[in-house]
Write a protein that binds this ligand. Structure first.
Ligand code: MN
Length: 234
């Protein structure tokens, strides 16, 4: 998660100045900010079209960040808590903002994580990760089939994850903006790969064909990042 934090820290000085000015003028205190996207909106074409990418980042992700800040501003005692900390301790978040923190904090975490797992560059898993995948799922193809099946069986909106838990790889799915980092998740684990299967992630380009979107995902997975995460959790 340090990468997410460092990306947040790397927001340009100019943006920081504008945000600072706006906060000074409104008296609001935003805690969380939209991290910079590590590529352009059209970088993942044809697998993810640029309009979807722009709306997904500028509208959906930004709304999660704004709504999370609005919730946290109602409980200033939470202002110094990290996002991971808030999600892990979701059961202890005050009643009146718990759902907002779950949905919008989850949304902010999941999308920040998802963006860095995508890349226009062709990459492949490290030999260590590939070995672990083959040993757990039989082959890379079996792993992909299993992951796709999980993506297709998520009814409504949610996410598919590859996690490491007690050194073992596991595919799991969560509804809405829940994730395996949340303290009350039925299945917990450290995520190393994620796929957003909300319709907003694919509908403009793929309409109702979620399967085509899920299959296209393999062309843009940032395996370098997935391999780094695997190494850090193994
Ligand atoms: Mn999304």
């Amino acid at each position: 998660m340090n990468d997410i934090k460092s990306k947040i820290m790397r927001i340009t000085k100019y943006t920081g100045f504008i945000i600072g000015l706006l906060l000074f003028m409104t008296g609001a205190k935003a805690q969380f900010v939209l991290p910079a996207l590590p590529y352009s909106f059209d970088a993942l074409v044809p697998h993810i079209d640029s309009v979807t990418m722009r709306i997904h980042y500028n509208n959906h992700h930004k709304a999660y960040v704004n709504n999370l800040n609005t919730a946290i501003n109602r409980h200033p005692e939470l202002k110094n808590r990290s996002l991971e900390d808030l999600l892990f301790g979701i059961a202890q978040v005050p009643d009146d903002i718990r759902t907002a923190v779950r949905n919008n904090g989850g949304g902010h975490f999941n999308h920040s994580f998802f963006w860095m797992l995508l890349s226009p560059k062709k990459t492949k898993p490290s030999s260590k990760l590939e070995e672990a995948i083959v040993s757990r799922f039989g082959s890379m193809d079996n792993f992909k089939t299993e992951f796709q099946k999980t993506a297709m069986s998520r009814f409504g909106s949610g996410w598919v994850w590859l996690t490491v838990s007690a050194g073992k790889l596991k595919i799991m799915s969560t509804p809405n903006q829940d994730n395996p980092v949340m303290g009350d998740a039925p299945e917990k684990g450290a995520p190393i790969l994620a796929l957003d299967v909300w319709e907003h992630a694919y509908y403009l380009n793929y309409q109702s064909n979620r399967e085509a979107y899920v299959k296209a995902f393999w062309n843009i997975v940032n395996w370098d990042k997935v391999s780094d995460l695997y190494k850090s959790y193994k």
